[in-house]
Design a protein around this ligand. Sequence first.
Ligand SMILES: *[C@@H]1O[C@H](CO)[C@@H](O)[C@H](O)[C@H]1NC(C)=O
Ligand SMILES: *[C@@H]1O[C@H](CO)[C@@H](O)[C@H](O)[C@H]1NC(C)=O
Ligand SMILES: *[C@@H]1O[C@H](CO)[C@@H](O)[C@H](O)[C@H]1NC(C)=O
Ligand SMILES: *[C@@H]1O[C@H](CO)[C@@H](O)[C@H](O)[C@H]1NC(C)=O
Ligand SMILES: *[C@@H]1O[C@H](CO)[C@@H](O)[C@H](O)[C@H]1NC(C)=O
Ligand SMILES: [Ca+2]
Length: 491
Amino acid sequence: MKTLFSLPALTAATPSCTEADFSSLTLPNINILSVNAIVADTYVTKLTNTFPSTKNASTQVCQVSIQYTHQGWNDTTNTWVWLPLKHWNGRFVGMGGGGWVTGDQSSLGQPVSQGYSAASTDGGHLASASTASWALISQGNLNWPLLHDFSAVALDEAASLGKLATRLFYGKSPKYSYWNGCSTGGRQGHMMAQRFPEQYDGILANAPAINWDKFIPAEFWPSLVMKLLDSYPPACELEAITDAAINACDGLDGVRDGIISLPGRCKFDPFTVVRRKVRCTNPTGTLEISRKAAQFATAVWAGAKDSNGSQLWYGLSHEASLASLGATSCTSLDNCKSVPFLVSSEWLRAIITRNTSLDLSSLTLEDYSALFRASINEFESVIGTRDPDLTLFRDAGGKMLTWHGMKDQLIFYNGTVDYYSRVLELDPNAHDYYRFFPAPGVKHCSPGPGWYPGDSFQALVDWVEKGRAPDTLVMTYVGGNPNKAQSFVCK
Ligand SMILES: *[C@@H]1O[C@H](CO)[C@@H](O)[C@H](O)[C@H]1NC(C)=O
Ligand SMILES: *[C@@H]1O[C@H](CO)[C@@H](O)[C@H](O)[C@H]1NC(C)=O
Ligand SMILES: *[C@@H]1O[C@H](CO)[C@@H](O)[C@H](O)[C@H]1NC(C)=O
Ligand SMILES: *[C@@H]1O[C@H](CO)[C@@H](O)[C@H](O)[C@H]1NC(C)=O
Ligand SMILES: *[C@@H]1O[C@H](CO)[C@@H](O)[C@H](O)[C@H]1NC(C)=O
Ligand SMILES: [Ca+2]
């Protein structure tokens, strides 16, 4: 793919992994603060579950740690590039983050063990830092440069630096470059395709946190509904409602396997299980499903609405746990309080209102509607990551693969369906370069009772390098043995 700056001359004939090998490592818009290079034996410390499973042998790698700043931004970004000393497979991979974490070097052990050179970046803030500690310059004032680093800028630079370090070390550029991420990593992959379409040949971007400006405030909706109902159901009560919904709708797809594969057919009414007895273990006791818990489930499945009733975002699928975004902490079964999801509450506090002491439990529906509107108005172009125009990515020859678990309890599955349909509306042939696979019974970036698309990274590599487009990840039961792939067809 095209490079936007001129490449420095190669110096090291046999790489030694010293700072000198990387003395020409820089980009036009950054100031390098330091480059460290050491040889280390590495292990797979964190499994990225979309890579094919791998044996955990030690791999000798050249670990390059780059620290840089953007002059005038007063930021410090750490970017890590790991280069296997032996058996480099000629490919480069950028590894994504999760939640507020842009990326971390712990994710690099697995790709280097398989021969990839790999990079990740902290995007200018430490993985362990609270959002307010980096996102606010002072109370009331946002650190815009760091927000841009997190959402897009540092990702583009990590790709450029990673490929450049690869070239300096091995004496040639990677033949293919890939992205691998889920959740925030899935959003980052989409950001690359939308804004930096020439960086990656292949992008695996699962359960993507795209539509960020809308779905992050929508994740607060369950907490708001509890407050509006003045009812804080313990997890066991919500889980009983989810179990009843799955039980009612499971068979509608033709096979009773504990998975709702055709969610559009599920019209479960939670009021039918009101007063049903539930045995709870944490806290211990027995309760009856309340009308308010049924109202809660109805509102969370329906999705966030504003103060005059307009739909703001999608709800959770029936098979997704209600007790995750609707988490409570309880001292007894009838004494619980809401525990809002941190990524969402930090977004509302640190970013939208820039008020770290904002009392979220006192928000009215009108307040919430206004915050939702501000989120879209100020941040869609910054981090929304929902531009459906992928034509530059197409023209650069890129391929993107996305799956999203239909049992996802944190990122509303229908938001990805929404994005994919908008891409197809703009370019009816988009499936030539971007394919989306619903994964029934799969949770947020992690296995569930459904079939887990664990080989999806290899499927992407085959698509890019062999032109073999994957089209068998979506499956619907057609009869026969439900444990056999032949019993399912694409829908
Ligand atoms: C791989 O092995 C290392 C060293 O024995 C160990 O620390 C690490 O937890 C292992 N990783 C996995 C994913 O099992
Ligand atoms: C630059 O950032 C550091 C914290 O990273 C802060 O202590 C310092 O005050 C900032 N300087 C300016 C000029 O904003
Ligand atoms: C998701 O979209 C499908 C198809 O449009 C619809 O049938 C379903 O009700 C939606 N689910 C949620 C939770 O919004
Ligand atoms: C209320 O509805 C109007 C008209 O549909 C819409 O334009 C407006 O954004 C909504 N206002 C709020 C606060 O939700
Ligand atoms: C921040 O939120 C708190 C609690 O909701 C409120 O009392 C305070 O006035 C807010 N601060 C600002 C600057 O708006
Ligand atoms: Ca089923």
